[in-house]
Design a protein around this ligand. Structure first.
Ligand SMILES: [Zn+2]
Length: 306
């Protein structure tokens, strides 16, 4: 790190080399927290910007977290880094907003985003005989109760509403756009999803395109197959993001509002739709027992104020 700019603060003393000084302690903490790679990136840059330091610390914090957890938790945390996964936190709450979240649903999804324990103890799914884990991961793979299709239908309907608003029905008719929500905890995806963010969505896209032969069948009919796959976090795979960006550009051409604002609206609305369905799946499986695990409330507070 380089010296501060004295014109900004004439009284500042750059005492990074003085043992025990506040600056020395801060620099030591920073370097201890950073991974080797991040440290190489930042230390020596003269001076490193606040943004570079924050990004490096975030990266180190994420990697440190991932090193400690089980594959299922790692997959959940990585999925939360996908584009669109945090939309429910930035969506402006409004009774007029469709869909909107109830407080209990919002609380449940904040716990899931933090990979906190949503149930106090392991049990059995009341809708089947599978084990219901404390993180509630089972809720997103459970085939009982129609919850998987509820999330999918909500997101699909909203996407078609956005497409109609952007005036692109004719375009969608030349392409077979279909949408799915997949879980990074499903057995076939878990290993890769615990290592690389977005793997679950990518695997599902590949399965859809090739294993089910959908792409070839569409091609024979002269139409393009465009899969949109989100993970349980509501974060999107690459193809889904491309479709939404295309819609946002069409919407901009139609109403003059910036495509980035349309994109933000899509990501927030879809994230609320997916997360609301997820929360209902969690709350349904533990009526009256989906409580805030010890420490989760503090973690949620810290996240909301960060
Ligand atoms: Zn179940």
């Amino acid at each position: 790190m380089g010296p501060p700019r004295s014109p900004v603060d004439a009284h500042c003393r750059w005492d990074v080399d003085d043992a025990g000084s506040g600056l020395q302690r801060a620099a030591a903490t920073l370097q201890a927290e950073l991974l080797e790679q991040a440290a190489r990136q930042v230390v020596g840059t003269s001076p490193a910007s606040q943004r570079e330091l924050s990004d490096a610390l975030d990266e180190a914090s994420l990697r440190g977290r991932l090193a400690l957890d089980s594959p299922a938790v790692r997959a959940a945390v990585l999925s939360e880094t996908l584009p669109g996964a945090s939309g429910f936190l930035t969506a402006i709450p409004s009774k007029a907003m469709k869909p909107s979240m109830e407080p209990a649903e919002f609380r449940s999804e904040v716990q899931c985003r933090l990979a906190a324990e949503v149930f106090q103890e392991e049990g059995y799914c009341p809708l089947g005989d599978s084990v219901l884990d404390v993180h509630g991961f089972h809720c997103s793979v459970c085939t009982c109760g129609g919850d998987k299709s509820a999330a999918q239908h909500a997101a699909r309907n909203l996407t078609y509403f956005y497409a109609a608003s952007a005036g692109c029905r004719p375009d969608l008719e030349r392409a077979a756009v279909d949408l799915a929500i997949t879980s990074p905890q499903r057995q076939a995806a878990l290993q890769r999803a615990s290592e690389v963010a977005g793997s679950a969505a990518q695997l599902y896209e590949d399965y859809w395109r090739t294993d089910l032969n959908t792409e070839a069948q569409c091609s024979q009919q002269g139409i393009a197959f465009v899969p949109m796959v989100a993970e349980r976090s509501g974060g999107w795979g690459a193809s889904g993001i491309q479709v939404l960006q295309q819609l946002a550009r069409k919407a901009q051409a139609r109403d003059g509002k910036a495509a980035s604002l349309h994109m933000q609206e899509y990501l927030e609305g879809l994230n609320v739709a997916v997360r609301r369905a997820n929360a209902q799946a969690v709350l349904k499986r533990a009526p009256g027992t989906a409580t805030v695990a010890p420490g989760a409330a503090d973690a949620a507070r810290a996240l909301l104020h960060s």
